[in-house]
Design a protein around this ligand. Sequence first.
Ligand code: ARG
Length: 273
Amino acid sequence: MKRRKLLFSLAFSASLAITTLAGCGNQEAATDGSDGESASKTLVMATSPDYPPYEFYETAGGEGEPIGFDIDIAKYITEQLGYELEVSGMDFNGIIPALQSERADFAMAGMTPTEERKQNVDFSDIYYEAKNTIVTKKDAGFDSFAALKDKKVGVQLGATQQEAAQTAAKEVGGFKIEPRNKISELIQEVKAGRIDAAVVEDTVAKGYVQNNPDLELSTVENAEAAGSAIAFPKGSELTPEFNRVLEEMKTNGEMDKLIQKWFEEYYEKSGQE
Ligand code: ARG
């Protein structure tokens, strides 16, 4: 599948001018209120489409709708529950504020349910587990946090990787943490040598490394769990509904099908492993 490969490379290629999807902001997020009458309601999902294969744009220009693992899960769940789905793209750091101000009904962005976040939003059950990696230039020799002492280490602003890097920096005697809004910017800066490494989740890092042969990755141990869950405004009535469908997806094979599609077949199609 040539086209897939091209699209995938484009999605990973650096300096993606990812723009916010139209529809965010001026559209009223559907909230609870009228119970039962869910048939024609549109749910707005906040996401940060810089995270292949979870969510990303197929084109370098960022036009069209984001696709990916999270988007397919969201489509399945909303369809099962009789809602329409609208996907609203934004920086990762803007997702929790979007939920708090009810500009979105839920969020899926490979988001880890941390204790800190739980004070501001509710989470579904975890639907996928992940590990962190360090992405560096090939043969740079930075295969652990210890090797990065006094170096520059990039992280996505507001992501759990920022905290993981802070903890590691203390443990190894210090390095400079460089937060950026988008994963694509981090990758670009590693390639350009402006930062020495970026801390990125394994499934996502794997795709970028596959498409950028000048990069490599090393897996690091997570201090805390790093799974993904769906986030909701506090007290949302959607949380139990979504959990019910997530559970169904785990038992009826749908989740395995999507894991297979986005974490296995997708890499095989898009690179030569
Ligand atoms: N799992 C990490 C977190 O929750 C990183 C998620 C980043 N997601 C994204 N779409 N960029 O903080």
